[in-house]
Write a protein that binds this ligand. Structure first.
Ligand code: SAM
Length: 345
């Protein structure tokens, strides 16, 4: 786990409280945007400490909102803080914080899902992948509807060493719905083990830091929240392209409660399906009667490596899409039914 950092390394001048900022700028949380704010600075300090020592760090905070976490990041003595906020109503309050920490804050009114993170930080901060992580951190308490697609996008970026990982193994400290955090850290055999567990753990060290009860937020969300810290691994546990790993893992978990061969079958076109499924499972040394959630990381690695070899031998295999095959079949069936029902001329 990242060594917990100290917070107060920089003292902000006296400012209105986060609650007062909310009143001053009329920042009522918008329920439809899942906005839930943290007003307790002891709690935001605790979140920020999970990122480790932020002294002289370059930090990107996603979704700063009224700025509770932002204050804790600034107090940690960062060199520069980039704020990316989608909702324009928060910008004036963030500008007030920026004035309180001259030269440290850059505010972007934008969407983190499309923002070009590969250009977000100075080039000189770049580290080799094998080195210690760069002094760059991503921190955020985002709506759940954004944090899950975002982590999938960032895992693809980790695999390709692009986006925020152009700079090396940039660390992330993010909040998730507690249940999603449990999936991210779930071990083989665990109730929550799923596609997200394998995709995140094969690329990153994932630590579930602590749970924030729903009551700590204003307004209170319907679920508890957990803070998760992710550090990209020097060597991914499965050394294959992200899309290939994603395809294999998605297929395996397609029928979560059934034997794993049921999902694996869907990697192959109907003709020769059984033979190829057997070949894959035997070469990968995976018992076909295991349930998807029981498979270990090395079994997923074997499956991906073997599937890659099969795709190299038959390049049409990787583009095969089981759902598309089913859709086409349905269409043809509908078409032939229609033609048999046509009145004879
Ligand atoms: N960080 C603040 C806190 O902890 O009190 C606000 C948290 S609130 C759950 C989520 C924040 O993320 C809101 O300010 C919202 O406007 C912002 N946000 C939502 N989607 C975003 C996106 N795609 N890009 C950037 N910011 C986003």
């Amino acid at each position: 786990m990242a060594a917990p950092g100290k917070v107060a390394a920089f003292r902000l001048p006296p400012l209105p409280t986060v609650g007062e900022i909310i009143k001053l700028f009329r920042l009522k949380a918008q329920k439809q945007l899942s906005q839930n704010f943290l007003l307790d600075l002891r709690l935001t300090d605790k979140i920020v400490r999970q990122a480790g020592n932020l002294k002289n760090a370059h930090v990107c905070e996603v979704g700063p909102g009224p700025g509770g976490i932002t204050r804790s990041i600034l107090s940690a003595g960062v060199e520069e803080l980039l704020l990316i906020e989608k909702d324009a109503r928060f910008i004036p309050g963030l500008q007030m914080l920026s004035e309180a920490a001259p030269g440290k804050v850059r505010i972007v009114h934008g969407d983190i899902l499309t923002y070009k993170m590969e250009k977000a930080f100075p080039k000189h901060l770049k580290k080799n992948w094998e080195d210690e992580p760069p002094n760059i951190h991503i921190i955020g308490n985002l709506p759940f509807s954004v944090s899950t697609p975002l982590i999938i996008k960032w895992l693809a970026n980790v695999s390709k060493k692009d986006g925020p990982f152009t700079y090396g193994r940039t660390q992330m400290t993010l909040t998730f719905q507690k249940e999603v955090a449990e999936r991210l850290i779930a071990n083989p055999g665990g109730k929550q083990r799923c596609r997200l567990s394998v995709m995140s753990q094969h690329l990153c060290t994932v630590e579930n830091c602590f749970v924030i009860p729903g009551e700590a937020f204003v307004p209170k969300p319907e679920v508890d929240v957990a803070v998760v810290h992710l550090t990209p691994l020097v060597q991914p546990k499965i050394e294959q392209p992200f899309e290939l790993v994603e395809k294999v893992v998605r297929s395996v978990f397609q029928f979560r409660r059934k034997y794993c061969f049921r999902g694996i079958e869907t990697l192959f076109p109907e003709s020769g399906r059984l033979k190829r499924t057997e070949q894959l499972m035997m070469t990968a040394n995976v018992d076909p009667t295991l349930r998807p959630f029981q498979l270990s990381m090395s079994q997923f690695r074997n499956l991906c490596n073997t599937y890659k070899k099969m795709c190299d031998e038959d390049p049409s295999l990787f583009v095969y899409n089981h759902r598309e095959e089913l859709r086409q079949k349905k269409k043809t069936k509908k078409g032939s039914l229609k033609s048999t029902n046509q009145p004879k001329q």
